[in-house]
Design a protein around this ligand. Sequence first.
Ligand code: MG
Ligand code: MG
Ligand code: MG
Length: 307
Amino acid sequence: MSMYVVGHKIPDSDSICGAIALSYLKNQIGEPATPARLGDVSPETAFILEKFGFEAPEFKESYAGEDVYIVDHSELTQAPDDISEATIVGIVDHHKLGDLTTATPLECWIRPVGCSNTIIKMMYDFHNVEIPKNIAGIMMCAILSDTVIFKSPTCTTADIKCVEALAEIAGVEDFKALGMEMFKVKSAVEGTPVRDLVMRDFKDFNMNGSKVGIGQLEVIDLAVFDDIKADLEADIAAMKAEGERHTMMLLLTDIMKEGSEVLVISDNHSLTEQAYGKASVEGRVWLDGVLSRKKQVVPNLQKVFEA
Ligand code: MG
Ligand code: MG
Ligand code: MG
């Protein structure tokens, strides 16, 4: 039976490029696989796919009765809604271990590196399969995106070595320049509806029974938000109420200044003080050096909720 390879809801470049790259590898080793996606591709991902000549994978929401290989998470909240009726045959991920469980044995490739595509490269090496030029290109871009061109504290030597190797295969001489081009595409927020921006890279977390929504926008200059910050704040307030969330946060990350302005609305008014030692003023706080939701934002928050 052919399997589907699919990343998380609100897919990012790691989820989409990973699904394509892993499907190709699986097909090469005699395990039929089809890449799929759970949502629209972001402008950044569209740029990557176009650059290396790929179509977006098939949009597919329901997986009941199917074999599924999960990419870039291991969380129920980020999986297809009917994942309990599917068979999870494998997981490749670089986040904290989530709450997906299985009734049958599965393969797990989970490593504390900066990107799932770095682990997929390890899988290619393990199976001794050659990576085609265009697949190397999209894998490389996914790693540059997830590691914020190596600036994120989640970036490891494995990620850097992997990008260097993939750049060589893809024939990309200046991969950092390509990374900047990608982040420029990501920074073009003008004219996009605010809800689309809040939802562009958004995750809900269950923190000790409280629902916490955290979105992130990574740009090369926070000035792009000057005219729309109040609208963004109004929208996260609306999403807090609509989703019965305890807290909504939007990280406006400046990848050049290497920090994030956090817009926050929470039932706990001293939340950022407790989590990061810095109080928010009128729902805003600058966190210097904070680039990673996974490594620098979520763990501290979780501690506050579990205290
Ligand atoms: Mg991801
Ligand atoms: Mg990732
Ligand atoms: Mg990311």
